[in-house]
Design a protein around this ligand. Sequence first.
Ligand code: C2E
Ligand code: CA
Ligand code: CA
Ligand code: CA
Length: 270
Amino acid sequence: VKRGGRGGWRIHDPGASDPAADRLRLLEQLRHGIADGQLRLHHQPRVDLASGRTTGVEALVRWQHPERGLLPPAEFIEVAEESGLVRELGAWVLEAAVAQAAAWNASGRSLEVSVNVSARQLADPDLSSTVATALARHGVPASQLVLEITETALMLDPVAAATTLRRLADLGTRIAVDDFGTGYASLTYLRRFPVHELKVDKSFVDGVARDSGDRAIVATCLQLAHALGLTSVAEGVETREQRDALAELGCHVVQGYLFGRPVPAELLAP
Ligand code: C2E
Ligand code: CA
Ligand code: CA
Ligand code: CA
């Protein structure tokens, strides 16, 4: 029996959806799923615009749910983040991504691997040792790993973030500011953080070839990246027009469906 609307009472219908109960169930399933090996990594190529070569991949998590099939992160990352389970998820992703990098190295193909790091992971004082342990276990050079952190996550606690990023950068991993332009990272912090890469958000890339406002924003982000000596990356590139506009603006690296969708490692084009 649950408290209904307008102060009345109603019998809870077990078939009706209860968002809080649904989240709890999803969380329990995810906790179990992580332990049970249900997570997967898909890899999306990152292409060097000047050479046209795939120089790296972004590792993106998926959940092979026993009943619902392959779920995209939009279905479970938020719940994981709110509950703190994202640390276990993140540890799994790191381990799997570094293991994959080692497998590519062994086959003579050296690819940089980018991994998304959530706000909670960034707040974890053990993050740098987790990263160091994974790299050491698989004999992967730290310089091959890129950690993508959103502008918003960085700005939640900029002082703590700076300390953690310093440790990670000291290991030799590269740091990318993800979804750049959508948050409100101040330029002061951008200089204070040891950052190596700026990733311009898809929402601006979408209009880069047809909208002068979007083009101006992308141009400004790229100029900033280049003035600070950072690698510039554009995400969500879907058309040749967008690619050409980005090339004209001097963007270093592009990523998007035009070059390849995220796929399991065995399906990544050579
Ligand atoms: P993101 O980091 O901005 O990743 C890019 C998202 O855009 C991916 O969605 C990718 O599949 C999609 N994408 C790439 N190119 C294109 C394109 O040309 N067009 C369109 N329409 N979409 C494109 P995905 O894999 O569903 O991931 C969504 C978000 O989930 C990611 O956004 C990231 O914030 C989060 N995420 C993914 N994997 C992880 C993870 O391992 N850990 C954490 N904490 N978050 C993750
Ligand atoms: Ca990302
Ligand atoms: Ca992104
Ligand atoms: Ca994005």
